[in-house]
Design a protein around this ligand. Structure first.
Ligand SMILES: [Zn+2]
Ligand SMILES: [Zn+2]
Length: 255
């Protein structure tokens, strides 16, 4: 399996060489996409990633640093189908998100763009709710709400995702209200934890996680502590916990 990092920054004003949060897991030939921060389509395409392998896009919540690149991601996939005269490899694309209104807004933009977003495939919406969202031959994705955003009448508005693939458990926190929410997600352990440092101190996170059964900790959605002092913070984190990586845009990891 391959883990691609397209954007490693939290919701800051623009920072050189970093974009808002987006990443994908390549497994069984498919790309499972998680969050769609600004520029993720551009970054992934110039990295050589095949965007026609995208089948499922999981949005953790509707804040702009997680959805700003979604219209352009869907637009770019359509552009590639036209230019290459191919369909998406897995026929349709499903966007999972807790916020239907935000998805509808994206679709409104697309319907007013070139070609009215008319496609030979469907772009479907699936409301993220607690429980198993996707079970394919190679991957199971389970959603678990967190309290980063307040629930509304529509339901919980922010989610973490647990991905089981090739015998590994990968936890993506999205943005979380507290480190205790991470404990519930990893439960009796995980192989990979991707978590945010936009709202939590990276060293405190390492202290919190060092005795938990986490195979490897990846930080993304960096806050200013990392953004302004990457090398020193990386060294401090590794002094606490050896299996920690502070992701950069365009990183590729083999799991
Ligand atoms: Zn965020
Ligand atoms: Zn957020």
């Amino acid at each position: 399996m391959k883990l691609y990092i397209f954007g490693s920054c939290s919701g800051t004003e623009p920072f050189a060489d970093r974009h808002h949060t987006a990443w994908a897991l390549e497994c069984g030939g498919r790309l499972y996409w998680f969050d769609a921060g600004e520029g993720c389509a551009h970054t992934s395409h110039v990295m050589g990633v095949d965007l026609l392998s995208v089948s499922d896009i999981f949005i953790s919540h509707s804040h702009m640093d997680h959805v700003g690149g979604l219209p352009h991601l869907l637009w770019t996939i359509r552009k590639l189908t036209k230019r290459l005269k191919q369909r998406p490899k897995y026929q349709d694309i499903t966007v999972y998100s807790p916020n239907a209104e935000s998805f509808d807004g994206v679709m409104s933009m697309l319907k007013n763009a070139e070609g009215q977003y008319k496609n030979s495939y469907e772009t479907k919406f699936c409301q993220t709710k607690d429980g198993v969202l996707l079970q394919s031959e190679s991957v199971t994705v389970t959603a678990k709400h967190n309290l980063h955003m307040k629930p509304t009448e529509e339901g919980y508005q922010s989610f973490s995702y647990v991905i089981e693939a090739e015998g590994k458990k990968i936890v993506y926190s999205g943005d979380v209200a507290s480190m205790e929410e991470l404990d519930e997600l990893i439960a009796d352990g995980c192989d990979v934890l991707l978590t945010e440092t936009g709202h939590h101190d990276p060293m405190e996170l390492c202290e919190h996680m060092k005795d938990k059964r986490v195979g490897h900790l990846y930080f993304l959605h960096h806050g200013r502590t990392i953004l302004e002092n990457y090398d020193a913070v990386a060294a401090q984190c590794r002094a606490i916990m050896s299996d920690v990586t502070l992701c950069n845009d365009k990183d590729i990891f083999f799991l």
